[in-house]
Write a protein that binds this ligand. Structure first.
Ligand SMILES: [Zn+2]
Length: 247
């Protein structure tokens, strides 16, 4: 993990760049219920423009024309919090929608999160170095949100990060979003897909200087632990081996 002086820039540039952190970025939270609450006028008609004034909130299923091909205004919760710009610097000018990672405080996040953040390289959680002015926080690199560029402005910037930090964040994101998939120990073997052979190899073994574990299993059996991965306290990732074929 980079030290604070390796992570944050002392002298941020005069433009926005990837990794910048702004305060007050609106993050939208969808309601827990499946049904949305529509914002309509006082006669329950859809509005072309939402303006301040009297409106009526109505359940989506209480009107007959909800989402019939036209966007609706709906009631959702929002919070304004710190967020980090994820969109690469070179793409900022050409896009009107940018991606950000919401920042969450470590304090009050719960024991599970605190434990996960102790791992030097958690698959998805990334701890940001804290300083005297910057409380301990973290992001989940798979939890990114789209915002309009007008909601992330230079005047709201509270920190910029170094190129090394940008690189580390990008690496972590790529690893989290593109990591190989595999069955874990205890999962049940499913019926074979068209080109599967019933043989499985451990994807995690590929990362290390060991002979990759290979097993044969029948549908209904359970995936075992991987002997190699067990030695380093890691979990197996059994992926199906398919027939050798032209794709
Ligand atoms: Zn393994």
């Amino acid at each position: 993990m980079l030290a604070p002086d390796e992570f944050y820039l002392d002298d941020p540039p005069t433009h926005l760049q990837q990794g910048d952190i702004c305060a007050g970025v609106p993050i939208l939270l969808l309601p827990p219920s499946e049904e949305l609450i529509l914002i309509r006028d006082s006669r329950k008609q859809r509005m072309d423009q939402l303006a301040a004034g009297l409106v009526e909130l109505t359940r989506e299923r209480a009107v007959g024309d909800a989402f019939d091909g036209t966007p609706e205004y709906v009631a959702i919760a929002a919070e304004r919090i710190w967020a980090m710009l994820m969109t690469p610097t070179c793409d900022l000018d050409g896009l009107s929608v940018w991606a950000v990672w919401p920042l969450y405080g470590v304090e009050g996040a719960g024991a599970d999160v605190e434990r996960a953040l102790q791992a030097p390289s958690h698959p998805t959680l990334f701890r940001l170095p804290h300083t005297n002015d910057f409380p301990a926080s973290y992001i989940d690199v798979t939890d990114f949100r789209s915002i309009g560029k007008e909601h992330f402005q230079l005047k709201d910037r509270i920190a910029s990060v170094t190129r090394e930090a940008q690189h580390e964040l990008t690496e972590r994101f790529l690893r989290a979003s593109g990591r190989p998939w595999g069955y874990g120990p205890g999962e049940t073997v499913q019926p074979l897909a068209r080109y599967e052979t019933g043989k499985y190899r451990c994807a995690r073994c590929n990362l290390y200087g060991v002979t990759v574990s290979e097993i044969s299993l029948k549908p209904g059996e359970q995936f075992p632990v991987c002997d190699n991965c067990k030695k380093i306290n890691k979990s197996a990732q059994w992926y199906p081996v398919t027939k050798h074929k032209k794709s």
